[in-house]
Design a binder for this molecule. Structure first.
Ligand code: ATP
Length: 362
């Protein structure tokens, strides 16, 4: 007989559906007519600049805010008007919200205690949850005796122990320094894989969203611009906003796009796709675009060097090359040098519907 209490991990099943969601605060519209499907077991990120509406959407899924219009469905149940505690979701906040006077084990077991779970069972589940976040050794300490990264893992254990079907994470790594943050990203992803729960993650850090997610929703101004895998949003942005927000890119003007690619849609060309060659290098082969230019600036950034180039075609380009040469070899390209930019034509991707005629009609 099937065990109906165990979470089913069917990735095609919908965990959360948002349908026609509108959220107004007085006269201000924070979220506009939003539709979004999040699959069961998925690591889903909401990425966007500050004020784009991500947290408001997360808070509506949690039940802390009610939508002005629209419907929220959690695993097939309409929860639009349900209280937060009637939803099988839990939230991890950036500021951990641990109780300072309780031990780590008591913090992790707190939710179970409130629900009346017996002590023996609680001890067992707390032990398992601490093991899950690899912190069994700190059970008797107080939160103030832990590092930021450890506290964040405890906050995660405390949320996971209640076995939510969906875990909501609001910039959970925001308070950590860069190195710890990167380490926690890897751990978070591992833990999510192990527990198999749907994670919905809010961040304004594009690299973090790309690193962690199965799919990313890119927010702008209360709306979703694109929902796709990290690779797709980076390599094939559907709007100019997505192209620019997901890292650095060159947006090639309609006139030059027409000239190089035969279409006057804007094209996005990532800096790492451009090779810089000097005047003595062989001419480009068919299918490769070549643009002459002069180096306006070089920026050394350790792993790579970034170049700003004034193209003879009137456009300024950014190119990036990995510093894969010997550490003792100095970089030979300098400000003022004449160079040629080369890239295969298909390395530039068209942003659909941005040709001036199409954009004017839209
Ligand atoms: P951040 O990354 O800064 O948290 P965000 O993308 O999560 O930004 P939200 O917090 O969802 O953005 O806010 C979206 C917009 O709604 C903002 O302009 C914000 O000022 C506004 N807003 C959010 N909550 C309220 C509220 N309770 N009352 C009025 N306006 C609000």
């Amino acid at each position: 007989m099937a065990n109906h209490s165990a979470p089913t991990l069917n990735s095609t099943e919908s965990a959360v559906s948002l349908r026609g969601i509108l959220k107004q605060f007085g006269d201000f519209t924070a979220v506009k007519d939003l539709d979004m499907e999040i699959r069961n077991g998925e690591f889903f990120s909401m990425l966007g600049p500050s004020g784009s509406g991500k947290t408001t959407v997360l808070r509506m899924i949690a039940g802390f805010e009610e939508p002005t219009a629209g419907q929220i469905v959690l695993h097939g149940t309409d929860v639009t008007r349900s209280a937060p505690f009637d939803r099988e979701v839990n939230t991890v906040f950036q500021d951990y919200a641990l109780f300072p006077h309780l031990s780590i084990a008591e913090n992790v077991g707190y939710g179970l205690k409130v629900r009346g779970v017996a002590k023996a069972e609680r001890t067992k589940l707390v032990g398992e949850a601490l093991e899950q976040v690899r912190l069994s050794q700190v059970a008797t300490r107080k939160p103030s005796q832990l590092s930021g990264g450890q506290r964040q893992r405890i906050a995660l254990a405390r949320a996971l122990i209640l076995r939510p079907k969906v875990l909501l994470l609001d910039e959970p790594l925001g308070a950590l320094d860069k190195q710890l943050r990167e380490q926690m990203q890897v751990e978070l992803k591992q833990i999510q894989r192990e527990v198999g729960i749907t994670f919905i993650f809010v961040t304004h850090d594009q690299e973090e969203a790309l690193t962690l997610s199965d799919r990313v929703a890119v927010f702008n101004n209360g709306k979703i611009e694109q929902v796709a895998s990290p690779r797709e949003v980076y390599e094939f942005p559907e709007t100019e906003f997505v192209a620019r927000f997901l890292g650095v890119t060159n947006i090639i003007s309609p006139e030059l796009s027409q000239h190089y690619f035969g279409s006057s849609d804007l094209h996005s060309l990532r800096p790492e796709r451009i090779s810089l060659v000097d005047a003595s290098a062989p001419a480009a082969t068919a299918g490769t675009v070549e643009i002459a230019g002069a180096i306006a600036e070089t920026v050394y950034a350790g792993a790579h060097t970034r170049y700003l180039i004034d193209g003879e075609d009137g456009q300024r380009y950014i190119a990036e090359s990995q510093n894969a040469h010997l550490p003792t070899t100095s970089i030979t390209i300098a400000r003022g040098d004449n160079v040629r930019l080369q890239f295969p034509r298909e390395f530039a991707t068209a942003i659909p519907g941005t040709a001036p005629a199409a954009a004017a009609a839209a």
